[in-house]
Design a protein around this ligand. Structure first.
Ligand SMILES: [Zn+2]
Length: 241
């Protein structure tokens, strides 16, 4: 780890971590929003359209299955491993992530210590009763019926657990993220340009509560001036062993 980052982490009692797309690029996952990313090739399907149109649902599922095929092969990298060690040490109560790739859990962090503010692509849920459905199960259903998957419990629309454009953010997860931010003395952001709200406001909550801010990202961010430490470069090199 970069010596200045190591010192800040060592001196802190409680470290909150926020991660974005930049931490997963070393694992081979493209930044889905960036040029060339999976979403830039497609028209955006918003939540309301998904709920209203079978055609939109079929198109969304086709994309989810393509993403699932990509995600199935990726593994956590040095950045994820550094955070997993931090959580295992007891110093980091939870990692807050904007990512939907499930790589923090794959690095060994228990599910209840990962706060996914944009949801997850690793499973799906019924939009009415909330019953969890596996992606493979949804795929089998679609292939069998040529219809978008419906809930095995209540028959309602099933949707990937990713927060869609136009869909409300998961309030419980976000409230927990704010609580973590307000109760740390070091807030560390890794691989996020801090432009997507409301996650981008979390470091501000931490700063207001008196925490130090450390930013590790490839490019500058809008909060660099408020940070005790800014490291621009490859996350794996700056955070890894
Ligand atoms: Zn249901």
């Amino acid at each position: 780890m970069h010596p200045e980052l190591a010192r800040l982490v060592y001196e802190a009692k409680t470290v909150a971590v926020l991660t974005g797309a930049g931490i997963s690029t070393e694992s081979g996952i493209p930044d889905f929003r960036s040029p060339g990313g999976i979403w830039s090739q497609f028209r955006i399907i918003e939540y309301a359209e998904f709920m209203a149109s079978e055609k939109a649902r079929l198109e969304d599922w086709r994309r989810r299955f393509a993403m699932e095929d990509q995600l199935g092969e990726v593994k956590p990298n040095r950045g994820h491993e550094m955070i997993a060690r931090l959580v295992a040490s007891g110093k980091c109560p939870a990692v807050i992530t904007q990512n939907i790739d499930g790589l923090h859990q794959a690095s060994g962090i228990p599910d209840d210590k990962v706060i996914e503010v944009h949801g997850t692509a690793r499973h799906a849920r019924c939009t009415f009763c909330g019953t969890r459905h596996e992606i493979a199960e949804c795929r089998a259903m679609l292939e069998k019926t040529a219809r978008a998957p419906v809930c095995r419990e209540c028959g309602s629309v099933v949707k990937s657990a990713v927060v869609m454009f136009g869909e409300a953010m998961p309030e419980v997860a976000f409230a927990r993220a704010v609580e973590v931010a307000e109760n740390c003395d070091l807030f560390l952001t890794m691989g996020t340009s801090l432009v997507v709200h409301p996650a981008a406001s979390l470091p501000v909550h931490a700063l207001r509560a008196g925490a130090k801010l450390a930013i590790v990202n490839r490019e500058p961010t809008g909060l660099d001036d408020y940070a005790t430490l800014v490291l621009n470069g490859e996350i794996g090199e700056l955070a890894g062993n």
